[in-house]
Design a protein around this ligand. Sequence first.
Ligand code: PLP
Length: 451
Amino acid sequence: MTELLQDAAARAQVYFSGLDDRAVAPTTEALAALSGFAGPWPETGLDPADVLAKLDRLGGPGTMASAGPRYFGFVTGGSLPVALAANWLASAWNQNAFSSTSSPLGAALETACLGWLREIFGLPATAGGAFVTGATMANFTGLAAARHAVLAKVGWDVERDGLFGAPPITVLAGGEGHAALLKAVRMLGLGEGRVKALAVDGQGAIRPDALPPIAGPTILCLQAGNVNSGAFDPAQALIARAQEQGAWVHVDGAFGIWAKAAPGRAHLALGYELADSLAVDGHKWLNVPYDSGIALIREPNALRAAMSVSAAYLPDQDVREPYDYTPECSRRLRAADIWAALASLGREGLAELIETCCRHGSMMATGLRAAGFEVLNQVDLNQVLVSFGADEHTLRVIAALQADGTAWCGGTHWRDRAAMRISFSSWATRDEDVEKTLAAIIRIARANNAG
Ligand SMILES: Cc1ncc(COP(=O)(O)O)c(C=O)c1O
């Protein structure tokens, strides 16, 4: 056991020390070598040390270097060293965070984290929450609470009677809502095709005048941080108005809601503290290892009603039982990584992490504009969209940058145009990485006659 774990730690260290110099995407040879994992299942098991060595030999070079400083794809955090170390320790403990009986530690860490998270996002001391796999499940969890609450208000018990014959629920969401939100809507039987898309502005944020009159069970879904532009729906204009008319307001704040933690950016997320439910990612901007998301609910009894297994399975308890709030029963000790990250960063460190990523976004946007390229979004947060002229030029530059290996940025569609999306979400990125990436993009774009 000792040797094996030390071997794993040593291999991880070698991996980290090589991240700065290797190509961000795996090479063609490294990808070809991944087929070495398949083949007949051995009759006799391999020696554990050999298993680890093979995993590392084939797997390490086949990774996307998203733990390193120059991966800017999707919205991807690295792992803060302390969060990674806590994750290892928690894996060794192999706690089942299902309940306070199966893991008193899990229950205590969740309670501690919820306290800090309420503070960060400005939620009342009574707000509750659940630790889930990511923002998709956090959206699912928040919307499950919403579904319960809006139907309970009209006398319908959705947990008991399902949606067959239930009063219809109107779901309102911005026309630029994330696909993960719509997936959650589908999974809850609310029907993606029934979502009413609200008009958005040039940055993809819901227009303040787009809210229709609300009647009957209604869930308004807002977004704090558009995955492309980083834009925020206007919480101050919409939340109170929708709630006054009886709607439940759910917020997909996967990454953007962390703006609340940085004094210089908090104004972007003003008003979201009034939301009824909030979906947040840990594995994006908080930089904890995958998979980690949090659902926060203003009125936790709605979540408990949607998720509890107590009534059917276990006696009622006075203490907060994790299983009363999560879609899963057995699950890993996610709160250990989150607690470690928040404890080590503190208020100042978290503010600095968020602010630095935003500053890197501005640096990149300024550099791209100065080089004559068109930045398509208003860069207030951490996301930068850039076009290199005609769509085919932009696509060519994206492919060439990925093949070059200095950095990795993905492609997206923004307002009917192809764009390169550059997301600054990792603690590991330094100013010099931004400069190096900018230089590579400019070099590659010019070599491809773009701009
Ligand atoms: C706004 C938003 N919502 C939801 C998601 C999905 O998050 P996850 O992949 O953690 O489930 C993302 C991912 O980028 C996002 O940006």
